[in-house]
Design a protein around this ligand. Structure first.
Ligand code: NAG
Ligand code: NAG
Ligand code: NAG
Ligand code: NAG
Ligand code: NAG
Length: 442
């Protein structure tokens, strides 16, 4: 048997002194003015997040060509934007929209033996911008064909688009991305004439982008985890009397320092959270206030969206406000509980809404439960009352119930989730612990 020897008195004093030094150091480091950083190890998915590789762009173009062929359609047309980013790696950052149309036209080319289809891509640019257009780096697979076509200032870009399709132009449907500006759609309709329907695409096509791949999910997980960590780190540096503006500036800087782009948070204290006009005001934080942060940011073009309603260590939140916080969290869970392959988005919204109505907050949950998210902050499908859109693996949504009592209090909790391969919901914030535990542990 072993006996424990008492510590030598000098050693004991040394240990006590060391603890004291660490304690004082801790207080100094906790200085709210000290710069804050996010430890990337706290966002475990970031180890697996990487820009979308060229091969995935090839697969996307291939899938689009196949879907068009299946629908007997002649082409899919899009302007620079999230859809062009998805298929061709060209967003409005690479090419700003102007009054002169710049179009991507993808059509299905049936290969010799008739058993396969390859994408044929035409980039249609204003003539004087041909050099700039040719510098765009569109990832292309070996069997895809790309041609750069231009239209002169005195020509109709829509007629040129029509003619570029050759015999494919007549008879079969032409689908135009839903975000395309009306004058472009209308110009295309005129150029293609009565025998060709030019319309927004059916679900078979728009679902290609809304159902995310594992590579996309990893990027979004990383971005959402970093956003949660930014809120947590900001909370630790907050103090009574600070203004919304100060908190908002701090957190935006933190999102940027974590490597996220376009980062920012609606920052609302106390009753301001019920009437979200003028976020980031000079309203200062009182002990009875919640602070609401609704944060968005991008990584490799994909959006993160997280809302936390938090309290500080020395907050004295009224019990009825704490009860609302708990109810909102329960509503988040109620929604997740009904998520499965085949559920309608309307049913998911209804599950959260039914619960909040049962606890007396039906009238105070004033907005839809959530939105699709990806290359757009808000994209279809939506978790909205009455919707019959169907949940499928790879769909990503925000789950963001809220209760708003004007002049008093506003509470919202938001975590994004995706429908996994088994058809079950998986939170994009799971790596950082998932839903907030309570207002002190966001
Ligand atoms: C996509 O474009 C970005 C620049 O906008 C570039 O850094 C990246 O390498 C491109 N991806 C591919 C697969 O070409
Ligand atoms: C496409 O055309 C084929 C052959 O004409 C036809 O059998 C099929 O139903 C069409 N598909 C659609 C979606 O229109
Ligand atoms: C449009 O369809 C009608 C009826 O099928 C046909 O007579 C006409 O030639 C077509 N027009 C064009 C421009 O192909
Ligand atoms: C805060 O802003 C409001 C409206 O802009 C202004 O009326 C008020 O004087 C400001 N208060 C402080 C303390 O700066
Ligand atoms: C989802 O449901 C559809 C339609 O019932 C089915 O075809 C598909 O295989 C299901 N997917 C999974 C992963 O269960």
């Amino acid at each position: 048997m072993q006996t424990t020897r008492p510590l030598h008195p000098t050693l004991k004093r040394c240990i006590i002194l060391a603890y004291l030094v660490l304690f004082i150091l801790g207080i100094c480091l906790d200085n709210p003015e000290a710069p804050i950083v996010i430890d990337l190890r706290k966002a475990p998915s970031c180890a697996f997040a990487a820009p979308i590789p060229a091969a995935h762009f090839h697969d996307r173009q291939q899938s689009l060509a196949k879907a068009l062929h299946h629908l007997n359609a002649s082409a899919f047309i899009t302007e620079p934007g999230p859809t062009a980013q998805y298929y061709f790696n060209v967003s409005t950052t690479n090419w700003k929209l102007s009054e002169r149309p710049f179009l991507f036209v993808l059509s299905p080319e049936v290969l010799n033996d008739g058993s396969d289809v390859a994408p044929r891509i035409t980039v249609l640019a204003p003539k004087f911008e041909i050099t700039r257009a040719s510098l765009l780096d569109v990832p292309l697979s070996p069997d895809a064909q790309l041609s750069l076509t231009t239209w002169a200032e005195d020509a109709s870009p829509y007629k040129v688009a029509h003619d570029s399709l050759g015999p494919l132009a007549q008879g079969n449907a032409v689908y135009v991305d839903g975000a395309t500006r009306w004058f472009v759609v209308s110009g295309l309709q005129d150029a293609f004439g009565k025998n060709t329907t030019v319309s927004f695409p059916p679900a078979e096509i728009s679902d290609l982008r809304s159902q995310k791949s594992q590579a996309e999910i990893q990027i979004m997980k990383c971005a959402n985890e970093l956003t949660v960590e930014a809120i947590r780190a900001t909370r630790k540096k907050m103090f009574m009397g600070m203004t919304e503006r100060e908190a908002s500036t701090k957190i935006a800087a933190l999102l940027a320092s974590a490597g996220l782009q376009n980062g920012g948070c609606l920052t609302l204290f106390g009753e301001n959270a019920a009437l979200p006009h003028g976020s980031g005001s000079n309203r200062s934080l009182n002990p009875t206030d919640f602070a609401l942060f609704d944060c968005t940011a991008t990584l490799y073009g994909y959006w993160a969206d997280v809302t936390r309603t938090i309290a500080l260590k020395d907050s004295r939140i009224p019990p009825d406000h704490l009860q609302i916080w708990e109810d909102v969290r329960r509503a988040q869970i109620m929604a997740l509980d009904v998520v499965k392959n085949g559920t309608t988005t309307g049913e998911v919204d209804a599950a959260a809404r039914r619960f909040l109505r049962a606890v007396g907050h039906g009238e105070e949950f004033t907005h839809r439960l959530g939105h699709g998210i990806g290359l757009e902050m808000h994209e279809r499908p939506y978790l909205v009352p009455g919707s019959s859109d169907v949940l499928r693996p790879g769909h990503t949504f925000s789950d963001e119930p809220g209760v708003y009592i004007e002049g008093k209090v506003g509470v919202r909790s938001e975590d994004c989730f995706y429908v996994n391969e088994d058809g079950r919901p998986e939170l994009l914030t799971e790596g950082t612990g998932g839903l907030a535990a309570d207002p002190w542990n966001p």
